[in-house]
Design a protein around this ligand. Structure first.
Ligand SMILES: *Cc1c(COP(=O)(O)O)cnc(C)c1O
Length: 370
C-alpha cells in the first residue's frame, strides 16, 4: 500500500510564493505595515470592482467585522438569527449584549425560513441576522419585505458568499450591511481577514472610524471603537489571490460537477439543491445522509476518516445547543425541528482547488460502495 496525503474538507488556496515576494519587498521598502496603507486601499478598490459593490471596509477577520457591523447599526434588544451556522454568528450578538432569537431553517436551502420570522418578532426585536449558508442565497426579497414591514435592520453574515451573484447582481447588495470572512478556510482568503459591505459613503466612513478605535482625527475620538484594521501583508496577499481567484473557482466547479454526477441516485443520500438564478462559488459540498442510507451519517464520517479523508459535520451541533445558548426559549428543539434534523444528517465533502479528480473519484466510490 502506498501512503497517501490526508484529504481535508478544505485547503487554503495559495498562489505562488515567488509572486508574493515583490509585494513583501515593497512593504519592507515603504515601511508602511498597516493603518490603511496603499495595499489596503488597493484591495478595497479591487474588491469593490470584483464583487460589484460600492463600498467595502477591510477587517482583520470576519468576526470583528460582524461585531463592528452590529455596533455601526446601534442595535439593541433582540435579533432574529439562524441556529444553523458557525458559532461566530450568534457570538457576535452576545458579545454586543444582544439577545439572539433562533428561527428554524428551510431544509432545502439551509437558510432562515422567512415564513417563520414574523412569529418571532417582539417589541424588542431590532434586526435580522441571516446567513447565506454555503453561499446559497437567502430569500432576500422576503426578508427585505419583513424588515421594512417591522422597521428592522438586516445584517447578512455572508462569510460563505464571496463572489455569489443573485439575479444578475451581487448578493452582497442586499440588507443594510453584509460581512465577509477571508479566513484561510474560505474561498477567497487573506490568511485571516474580513470585510463589511455597505451602500453609502457615510456608513463606510463611520465603519472605518469604528475599526480604528473611534478616531475621527488626531485628537478626536467619537466612538468606542475597536482595532479591526487589516494589515498591509494581508491586503497584499489578497491582491495577489484576487488575480487568480477565477481559476480557483473554476477548479471547484469541476469538483462540484464530478460529485454531482458521481453521487447521483444513491439511496439515502441527498445532494443539496442550488438556488436557481444564482452564480454560485462552490465553496462547500454538503450532502444529507438519511435513514435509508446503509449506515449512519457518523459511521460514514468515520469510514472516510479511516481512509484519511476528513469530511466535516458542518453545522453540527447547532449553535443553539452550545451552553451559552441552550437555555434560551427559542433554542428548544421543538422550535427548531428542521435545523435539528439537518444537523444530524449533514456531511460536507472535501472541495478545494488542488483536490485531484482521482481523489474525488475515490471519495465517490467509498460513499457508493458502502
Ligand atoms: C468563517 C465564518 C465566520 C467567522 O469569520 P472569521 O474570519 O473566521 O472570523 C462567521 N460566520 C460564518 C458563517 C463563517 O463561516
Amino acid at each position: 500500500m502506498t501512503s497517501r496525503d490526508p484529504i481535508y474538507v478544505t485547503r487554503p488556496y495559495l498562489p505562488s510564493l515567488d509572486a508574493f515576494i515583490p509585494y513583501l519587498k515593497n512593504i519592507w521598502q515603504s515601511k508602511i505595515l498597516t493603518n490603511s496603507g496603499p495595499y489596503h486601499q488597493q484591495l478595497e478598490q479591487r474588491l469593490c470592482k470584483h464583487l460589484g459593490v460600492e463600498y467595502i471596509s477591510l477587517f482583520t477577520n470576519g468576526t470583528i467585522a460582524l461585531l463592528t457591523a452590529i455596533q455601526a447599526l446601534g442595535l439593541s434588544g433582540e435579533v432574529i438569527t439562524t441556529p444553523y451556522s458557525f458559532v461566530a454568528t450568534s457570538h457576535s450578538l452576545l458579545w454586543n449584549g444582544l439577545q439572539p432569537v433562533f428561527v428554524d431553517i428551510d431544509p432545502s436551502t439551509f437558510n432562515l425560513d422567512p415564513s417563520k420570522i414574523e412569529g418571532a418578532i417582539t417589541r424588542d426585536t431590532t434586526a435580522i441576522l441571516p446567513v447565506h449558508c454555503y453561499g446559497n442565497p437567502c430569500d432576500v426579497e422576503a426578508i427585505s419585505q419583513i424588515a421594512s414591514r417591522h422597521n428592522l435592520r438586516v445584517v447578512y453574515d455572508a462569510a460563505h458568499a464571496f463572489g455569489v451573484n443573485y439575479r444578475g447582481t451581487s448578493l452582497l447588495s442586499h440588507g443594510d450591511l453584509s460581512i465577509l470572512s477571508f479566513h484561510a478556510t474560505k474561498v477567497f482568503n487573506t490568511f485571516e481577514g474580513g470585510a463589511i459591505v455597505c451602500h453609502d459613503k457615510e456608513t463606510k466612513h463611520r465603519i472605518d472610524q469604528l475599526k480604528n478605535f473611534g478616531f475621527v482625527d488626531e485628537v478626536t475620538v467619537s466612538d468606542v471603537g475597536i482595532n479591526g484594521k487589516m494589515s498591509e501583508i494581508n491586503a497584499a496577499f489578497g491582491l495577489l489571490e484576487l488575480s487568480s481567484i477565477e481559476e480557483a473557482l473554476a477548479e471547484r466547479e469541476k469538483i462540484d460537477a464530478q460529485y454531482r454526477s458521481g453521487l447521483a441516485g444513491i439511496n439515502g443520500l441527498t445532494i443539496y439543491r442550488r438556488i436557481s438564478d444564482a452564480r454560485p462559488n462552490f465553496s462547500y459540498f454538503p450532502v444529507l445522509v438519511d435513514n435509508s442510507y446503509p449506515i449512519s451519517r457518523d459511521d460514514l464520517y468515520n469510514k472516510l476518516k479511516e481512509q484519511d479523508i476528513y469530511a466535516r459535520r458542518y453545522f453540527y451541533p447547532l449553535i443553539s445547543e452550545f451552553p451559552m445558548y441552550r437555555t434560551l426559549s427559542s433554542a428548544r428543539e421543538e422550535n427548531l425541528p428542521r435545523a435539528t434534523q439537518v444537523a444530524r444528517q449533514i456531511l460536507c465533502l472535501p472541495i478545494y482547488s488542488g483536490l485531484s479528480s482521482s481523489d474525488v473519484h475515490r471519495i465517490i466510490s467509498l460513499i457508493r460502495d458502502v
